[in-house]
Design a protein around this ligand. Structure first.
Ligand SMILES: O=C(O)c1ccccc1N[C@@H]1O[C@H](COP(=O)(O)O)[C@@H](O)[C@H]1O
Length: 210
């Protein structure tokens, strides 16, 4: 069965919608340039409203230890999603924090998959994400999709998840095509950048079910 991560949540009602709708994971972004960035107080308040129904994943871009420590404590994080973070640093973060660690790998062409194997032994999960355009402010969260056919026949070296441009209208096809164990969405369940929509969250989660 495919489960879902709803990422970039920042309000109590949208977090509640994700948990109520059956999300296995919820994502909190700690990256100031993002419209979904959370302050530590905000993250603590959101974490405080949750039961253990969904795992809390912190999303980071090449974070330092101070940021990680503060975010882990505030958001009571269960897992870390690392963008633009190499295998060595990923392994060090995983060893130091003891938390489940996801390595986001940006994909546009088949050659981009070459970066994945280096994370074996360094990360717990690979997040195949679409490459955002050169010079983009964000390495994710921009609704960019990659060619899922690139994963056809690919032997995944680690547990994995799929993201990049997913939304309520295409996620069923993405699951059928890739057999992703986890699908991850951010902008596809928003009405504007950083503004999550409870109806779109519900529709996305409904569409992940067989
Ligand atoms: O969402 C963000 O603002 C963000 C910022 C920095 C790194 C990653 C970010 N989001 C992640 O990007 C993917 C795909 O997002 P989308 O569904 O295409 O909008 C997702 O994993 C988010 O967690």
């Amino acid at each position: 069965m495919t489960t879902a991560k709803i990422c970039g949540l920042s309000t109590p009602d949208t977090l509640a919608a994700a948990v109520r709708g059956g999300a296995s994971h919820v994502g909190f972004v700690f990256f100031p340039p993002s419209p979904r960035h959370l302050g530590f107080d905000q993250a603590a308040a959101l974490a405080g409203q949750m039961s253990q129904a969904a795992a809390r994943v912190g999303v980071f871009v090449d974070p330092d230890d101070t940021l990680l420590d503060q975010a882990i404590a505030a958001g009571r994080l269960d897992a870390l999603q690392l963008h633009k973070t190499g295998p060595e640093r990923t392994a060090a973060i995983r060893a130091r924090t003891g938390l489940e660690t996801w390595a986001a790998v940006a994909i546009k062409t088949r050659a981009d998959l070459d970066a994945v194997r280096a994370f074996a032994g360094a990360a717990d999960r690979i997040l195949y994400d679409a490459k955002t355009p050169p010079g983009a402010a964000l390495p994710g969260g921009m609704g960019v999709r990659f060619d899922w056919g690139l994963l056809d026949g690919y032997r995944h070296p680690l547990p994995w998840a799929l993201s990049g441009g997913l939304d309520p209208t295409n996620v069923a096809e993405a699951i059928r095509r890739t057999h992703a164990p986890i699908v991850d969405v951010s902008s596809g369940v928003e009405s504007a950048p950083g503004v999550k929509d409870v109806d779109k969250i519900a529709a996305f989660l409904q569409a992940t079910r067989p």
